[in-house]
Design a binder for this molecule. Structure first.
Ligand SMILES: Cc1cc2nc3c(=O)[nH]c(=O)nc-3n(C[C@H](O)[C@H](O)[C@H](O)COP(=O)(O)OP(=O)(O)OC[C@H]3O[C@@H](n4cnc5c(N)ncnc54)[C@H](O)[C@@H]3O)c2cc1C
Length: 469
């Protein structure tokens, strides 16, 4: 295989392989990368422009990925998939975002998250096995629907959702404020409170929902960037589904989140942000080495300021990539190279130990892409500000990184809080009392205030009123 990066037979116009950590890829993965770069050149990159301009779902691109067997990237070989690992998943998403289409990369990220959540519990599930066996042949696109309109980016807290047991299965209701591929996916992994949750929002379950069970209104989708990814609201309106559509046991939601949904989303979405950053550096290289100022006889790339911009962006982006790939390698090592048979033992959670590392990966990648998009716009000047160069689209796509849940505000607080106060202090489901805050607030009440509050609390404890205002 050539060590030179090519683009339609010519030398690639952006950064070459000397700035890519090729040493972490196997020969098979390098071959896949080369095939994907070529597919991006011939097809995906042009479709990205159409998706962005007209809010078109990138189905054509996803169909092309299916032809390469990429929808089954993580699916074990026994089920007809590629049986690939975490590093490969990150490489594929990064390559899609960098050379092809960032919206496709995000739809694919959510697809891989859904595949991982399904593979975690496919062992006793003929319905999931059937999807995985047909995933590329029938181009079966999956997605994750978690975010709730009432709790925003706290996607692990689905208050507008629920499920009940029925004689034949489950009745599921879900309102999701955002779902990538919403209305376009063929299958959805959906998280709701468990049928028996009894007010405990930590008690969550996952269900497999099929396309015709989902209400959506794609015509209403609009957004600053990633405009092809069609992340509109969806609703599952008390749909009755068969018993075998429960993914894993009742109450498996938190385990599924920590072991699969979060690790894969954080690994692959970070790869998407890194790919966008690299895509902008590639464009900036191409543009600044061609554009000349006749008065001084210099190309834009000859100015030391521009060289500094590019140098710093490469180093920061490669630091973000190095962390993402390093965590991909850590996940590979912990899972015998992404061997799903480990989960025949239902309590196995080899990935979850790295969750706080995955938070760091996403924070760094999303923070970096915001900075790089700014600097690469500056480097390309007014030409970058106009859509034709492509920097402008990437800049808008990049903005999704920071705000996608878990948002960067939430992540930095998680990491700082965990480091300072311990894991228990994270209190995802608002269950542990912060006595310091409570006592401090109580100090502010006078005797009357305390009496009124005590009466209110007593009434509530005795079931006379619903809640303390
Ligand atoms: C392009 C795109 C694709 C998406 N795709 C999917 C998908 O496929 N599936 C899915 O389930 N969801 C998806 N989402 C939703 C996403 O994960 C978030 O749920 C959503 O962006 C939250 O939006 P919001 O307006 O409710 O933000 P809010 O949650 O209201 O956040 C507003 C602000 O409050 C901050 N904030 C929130 N909580 C805290 C806290 N505890 N401490 C400090 N600050 C806090 C936030 O960081 C942010 O700055 C997608 C979002 C985008 C942008």
């Amino acid at each position: 295989m050539s060590n030179k990066k090519t683009w339609g037979g010519e030398e690639f116009w952006g950064l070459g392989f000397e700035f890519d950590p090729q040493w972490i890829l196997t020969d098979e993965q390098k071959k896949l990368q080369a095939a994907l770069i070529e597919l991006c050149r011939t097809t995906l990159r042009a479709n990205a422009v159409e998706s962005d301009a007209r809010l078109v779902y990138p189905r054509k691109n996803l169909q092309e990925l299916a032809k390469l067997g990429l929808l089954g990237l993580l699916v074990p070989k026994e089920l007809g998939g590629m049986g690939q690992n975490h590093v490969c998943a990150a490489m594929v998403v990064e390559t899609l975002a960098r050379y092809g289409c960032a919206s496709t990369a995000m739809c694919y990220t959510m697809h891989l998250g859904a595949v991982a959540a399904g593979l975690l519990r496919h062992h006793d599930s003929p319905v999931l096995q059937d999807i995985f066996k047909r995933i590329d042949k029938d181009c079966l696109i999956g997605t994750l629907s978690y975010s709730d309109p009432e709790t925003g980016s706290h996607f692990w807290y689905p208050v507008s959702s629920g499920a009940e047991e029925t004689p034949n299965g489950w009745r599921v209701r879900k309102k999701a404020s955002w779902t990538t591929s919403g209305g376009f996916a063929d299958w959805y992994i959906v998280q709701t409170t468990s049928p028996n949750f009894g007010g405990n929002y930590a008690n969550l379950s996952c269900f497999l929902i099929l396309a015709d069970e989902v209400k959506s209104d794609p015509a209403n989708w609009n957004g600053l960037g990633l405009r092809g990814n069609q992340s509109g609201p969806i609703e599952i309106d008390n749909v009755e589904i068969p018993r075998n559509r429960l993914v894993g046991p009742v109450g498996d939601g938190a385990t599924s989140n920590d072991e699969c949904v979060d690790p894969f989303f954080l690994l692959c979405s970070s790869a998407c942000w890194n790919g966008i950053a690299l895509g902008m550096i590639d464009i900036a290289k191409s543009h600044t080495t061609r554009k000349t100022h006749v008065d001084v006889g210099m190309r834009v790339a000859d100015y030391p300021t521009i060289q500094d911009y590019v140098g710093e962006c490469i180093m920061d982006t490669n630091a973000a990539r190095a962390l993402d790939y390093q965590m991909g390698q850590a996940l590979d090592a912990a899972t015998n190279n992404c061997d799903w048979s480990l989960h025949e033992e239902p309590s196995a959670m080899p990935r979850a130990q790295y969750l706080h590392w995955m938070w760091q990966v996403k924070f760094i990648a999303a923070k970096n892409v915001a900075h790089v998009s700014d600097k690469m716009l500056h480097a390309c000047g007014g030409t970058g500000y106009k859509p034709a160069l492509g920097i402008e689209r990437y800049l808008r796509d990049a903005k999704a990184g920071w705000v996608m849940g878990p948002t960067n505000e939430v992540l930095r607080q998680f990491v700082g809080k965990m480091a300072l106060l311990g894991t228990q202090s994270l209190d995802y489901w608002n269950q542990s009392l912060n006595e310091r805050v409570l006592n401090n607030e109580l100090k502010k009440l006078d005797a009357d205030g305390k009496r009124q509050l005590a009466e209110k609390l007593l009434a509530e404890a005795n079931g006379k009123i619903a809640s303390v205002a």
